[in-house]
Design a protein around this ligand. Structure first.
Ligand SMILES: [Zn+2]
Length: 600
């Protein structure tokens, strides 16, 4: 069988200018006024049936918006940079903002119900699948201020929080730098290109030269960036204060349905296990030909090269069959699902011009199917990327029969199924390696996930926590932000990073600090990674892993992270053991890497 490398999205809409897409837009636009009318008619004395019908209407409307959003994303990913998509995205985001207003009204309606009436509603059989969501919406809405004030805050945030976030794009879009490549030629690059290059330049001097100029380039933007970061955080803190929130971690934790005790336990375990990664980096520094046993910022993900080794390449069919076979070893359903996705053109993987970089998976509520976007160049790592996205798709696939709100899992568990699937393939790849040299290269690539989650992301979390602590007292100067960042990197890298190798302006170069919708866009990554490693460790001991795993996935938007772990894995996230089990898996890889490279 030869699998197609092009996806089929015409079944969603036949084109950007199709009358089908236009009528979907019109239907979605008409949905909000009718939702508003339906919600306005609700009161304490409404029947359960009427209240739950409104919940259904909201979820149906949400599903329709996701379907349109999917199509616009898919279209723009294969028509990268084409401007005719702009007005369509704009039209969709206006409808989405309107929808959010209806959702807030819904929450306020629930909050206004008496406790007795709310309990009666929850006891209704038809409410059972969404009891957790109903409770959560009611609790959140109870913290909202009156309609007029909420509206005013949201309107002001357009020119505050959201404006500062957009301003960051304006700053970074104008930046350019250069470096001297391995052939001695000077290359001019944009900020985005420089970042991509830093991940993969093989020549250590070219890499160091680019990093020096990259740090300098961001240094020139430090005043504008410091204004932006200070005011973005200020707008957020003012919003928190208005809502009676005094702890800047409260919202980020709430968004991830996670307790502070679990977050602390996770970071404590990470900190305790950093020694093994320091050893890994010391060996890596040697293999990269660096002068000391410490790395510099730009060396974190630089690929280790073994003399004489040429990386193995795969055909697309080989990659597909490798994934299907290895998924099947853990779960026949997962294997069959992957096969179905390959056979039915769910994956756009062709290597051709005009495609967006990167990869993603998105669900299409209208079809109850997913589509995956990426570019397959034949590397073993590309196979792991397909597996990662198929993991996301398998997660959605197991939720499609549930109400839409039961499919809205938080960011920290969003990467569970994907990282788990990727771990299956990464592990199988290492086991299938045909030489030590190949094994070293694969382990090195696999380790870049671990070091990113334990050190790079942890540095971001430490910085952001300390920054918010200080920002509550007043604005910080660029010099103070540099200092906080250097201190965070030293702490998180625990000696793996040399004194000259730090990246003081990381607070300005990293987009994640400037995202408006999600505060603390860092710890959910580490959580998702370690949570999936915990599941991988647990999977090895299960009699019927498949059933247990699917049951866990189906509950990802149905309870707190702690309850999810307790109910399905029997573990307590506030205790160190679970996190340690994940770290122990990484240690196995580190030990193997150190063994294999001992005499290189
Ligand atoms: Zn992912």
């Amino acid at each position: 069988m030869t699998y197609s490398q092009n996806w089929n999205i015409d079944r969603v809409f036949p084109g950007l200018d199709s009358k089908e897409l236009e009528s979907a837009f019109q239907a979605a636009e008409g949905e909000n006024p009718s939702l508003a009318a339906e919600l306005a008619a609700l009161s304490e004395t409404s029947s359960n049936q009427a209240i739950l019908a409104a919940a259904d209407s909201l979820q149906t409307a949400e599903g329709k918006l996701h379907t349109i959003g999917f199509y616009l994303n898919a279209w723009s990913s294969v028509n990268y940079g084409k401007s005719e998509i702009g007005p369509k995205f704009d039209r969709l985001s206006k409808i989405e903002i309107d929808y959010t207003v209806q959702e807030q009204k819904w929450g306020k309606f629930l909050a206004a119900l008496s406790d007795t009436r709310f309990k009666e509603l929850l006891a209704d059989d038809k409410a059972k699948p969404i009891v957790f969501i109903l409770n959560e919406s009611r609790e959140k809405a109870a913290k909202l201020l009156d309609d007029q004030t909420e509206k005013l805050i949201n309107e002001f945030q357009v020119d505050a929080l959201h404006a500062w976030s957009a301003h960051y794009d304006t700053i970074s879009a104008g930046l350019k730098t250069s470096y001297t490549d391995a052939d001695g030629k000077i290359q001019e690059v944009s900020a985005g290109q420089a970042l991509n290059l830093l991940d993969g330049i093989k020549d250590k001097d070219a890499r160091a030269d680019l990093m020096k100029n990259y740090e300098k380039m961001w240094g020139k933007a430090e005043n504008l960036s410091a204004d932006t970061l200070n005011h973005l955080a200020g707008a957020r803190l003012t919003d928190y204060k208005a809502h009676g929130i005094s702890d800047f971690l409260e919202k980020p934790l709430e968004l991830n349905r996670l307790s502070k005790a679990s977050l602390t336990a996770m970071w404590d375990a990470v900190a305790k296990n950093e020694g093994m990664l320091v050893k890994f980096f010391a060996r890596k520094a040697k293999l990269l030909g660096l002068d000391s046993d410490q790395i510099s910022w730009q060396d974190q993900t630089a690929p280790v090269q073994v003399p004489g080794y040429q990386p193995r390449t795969l055909t697309y069919d080989q990659a597909a069959n490798f994934i299907i076979d290895n998924f099947s070893k853990y779960s026949p359903k997962m294997g069959a699902f992957a096969k179905h996705a390959f056979e039915n053109q769910w994956i756009e993987s062709e290597d051709r011009p005009g495609k967006q970089p990167g990869g993603w998976d998105e669900s299409i509520p209208a079809l109850k199917e997913d589509r995956i976007f990426l570019t397959f160049t034949g590397s073993v790592n590309d196979a792991a990327t397909i597996a990662h996205e198929l993991g996301h798709a398998f997660h959605s696939h197991n939720l499609y029969d549930l109400p839409q709100w039961r499919q809205n899992y938080a960011m920290n568990v969003a990467e569970t199924a994907s990282t788990f699937a990727e771990t299956i393939i990464n592990t199988a790849n290492v086991e299938a390696a045909q030489s030590d040299a190949e094994k070293i290269t694969l382990l090195d690539a696999k380790m870049s996930n671990a070091t990113a989650m334990f050190m790079n992301i942890r540095a971001r979390f430490i910085f952001e926590s300390n920054f918010y602590k200080e920002r509550q007292k007043g604005v910080l100067t660029p010099a103070q932000l540099n200092q906080l960042m250097v201190a965070a990197q030293k702490e998180a890298f625990a000696g793996a990073l040399s004194d000259q190798g730090v990246h003081p302006h990381f607070w300005t170069s990293k987009l994640h600090f400037y995202i408006d919708d999600v505060p603390f866009y860092n710890f959910p990554y580490t959580f998702g990674y370690l949570f999936s490693l915990g599941i991988f460790a647990w999977a090895q001991k299960q009699q019927d892993f498949e059933t247990a795993y699917i049951a866990l996935l189906r509950d990802t938007a149905n309870m707190s992270s702690e309850e999810l772990a307790k109910k399905h894995l029997g573990v307590d996230l506030t205790q160190p053991d679970f996190w340690q089990a994940g770290a122990d898996l990484i240690k196995k890889d580190v030990d193997e890497f150190l063994d294999l490279t001992e005499n290189l």
